[in-house]
Design a protein around this ligand. Sequence first.
Ligand SMILES: O=C(O)C1=C[C@@H](OP(=O)(O)O)[C@@H](O)[C@H](O)C1
Ligand SMILES: C=C(OP(=O)(O)O)C(=O)O
Length: 476
Amino acid sequence: MQVFTYSDPEFNPYDDGSGETQKKPEIDEGFWVAPTVTEPVNGVVSLPGSKSLTNRELVLAALADSESLIRLPLHSRDSKLMIEALRDVGAQIDEVPNDSAYGPDLRVTPGAFTGGSSIDCGLAGTVMRFMPPVAALASGPVTFDGDVNARRRPMRTTIESLRALGVEVSDDGRGTLPFSLYGTGEIEGGEIEIDASASSQFVSGLLLAAPRFTRGLTLRHTGETLPSMPHIEMTIDALAQRGVAVESPERGVWVVPPSPILGRDVTIEPDLSNAAPFLVAALVAGGRVSVRNWPTETTQVGGDLEELLPLWGATVTRDGDRLTVDGGVGLVGGGSLPGVDLDLSRGGELAPALVALAALAEGPSTITGIGHLRGHETDRLKALADDINALGGRVTELDDGLHLQPSPLHGGQWRTFEDHRMAHAAAIIGLAVPNVELDDVRVVSKTLPQFVELWDDLLGRTVSVSPADTSLLGFL
Ligand SMILES: O=C(O)C1=C[C@@H](OP(=O)(O)O)[C@@H](O)[C@H](O)C1
Ligand SMILES: C=C(OP(=O)(O)O)C(=O)O
């Protein structure tokens, strides 16, 4: 079988920077057969920090007027790329020891932004869309590039919005990475229009840097659709916590005043989108799965899982800081999953895990509002349809989503296409379908390097967490 190698050979997903060696799952060149279960699962999972919150706080801390401490940040490929990018333009970022099993806190000391650097975006949408407006504030040129798959992700709106703000950008006209920009040390700002229908990150990237524009920014979205609204609300909330009051006088318009961005001591919530495969496991295997430190209120779209999973029959409860999904007997225990009709435009990030669930359902499902997933880590609509169909599924691509007809699945090869959430989807299907073979599970290092260990522990396959690390996982 063909093995896709991880695109950044320097990056070790099992080195969280804490200096402590973490246990490495038995993965040979990334090949992994997703474990199948015969018994219900019963587990409590502690997840590392949110990618979206970590990378927003890193950017805002670098733009702030004083030092920030970011507690319990995510340590993964995407956050590492953001840290390196911010260091490249002049921020100082130091590790501060803590007692987390998932790596140190981060102290960010803002510095004068200088150019002359070249930023590796990897495959991180947050780096490729948040960093250019930041780098445009530097005095000097900055170039941007990334993985092979990153060079097909939409970037035209970032490039054109910077030009509209008076920043010189040179590119090859394809509207993708690579490109270079030439900052003069300041951006005047004012009013611009953009089409953010391909990604909410175009809006977030501009809003994050806009308080530092001389006149602030009035941003108007002109496209017909706008995906991932909760991620824009997360950006506005993160700015508010740092003293910047963004107003939205009408839907699709945001006004950011010129304003200092305050330094802050902030604790990052666990990544609730990465909670999806673990919580979904209760519906497939049966049993109960809890996630620790679930926030009472959140801007993360993973918070929607509380309302979404009952559509498949789950009972979701909160007990203190835990959110628990009870899947009853589960599919494996003789139950069944209903088909659903779902508009997921708010939470495209949740789509791969929920499509995996829909692929196991006894009724047809239609999941829409996710056409922009074609510009994610891979064309996720095609990847999900192709992979599920290769296992015997009957998935049809729609313009803005997927239609799934019920069909018995069998084992076979599953290509991950460098996409962490394709690995999560395969793991979910593999719970009920023996011999789902992933070409490269190491793609999980993008946002959750410990995925395989946590998955194995939840299923009771291995006890790979040492007694000192009991914060990682406990059984009910
Ligand atoms: O701003 C963010 O942190 C994100 C926004 C969303 O992007 P899109 O709007 O491109 O889907 C989401 O899918 C991505 O995983 C993270
Ligand atoms: C789309 C995603 O990531 P990115 O931040 O690279 O856009 C994702 O994590 O599902």
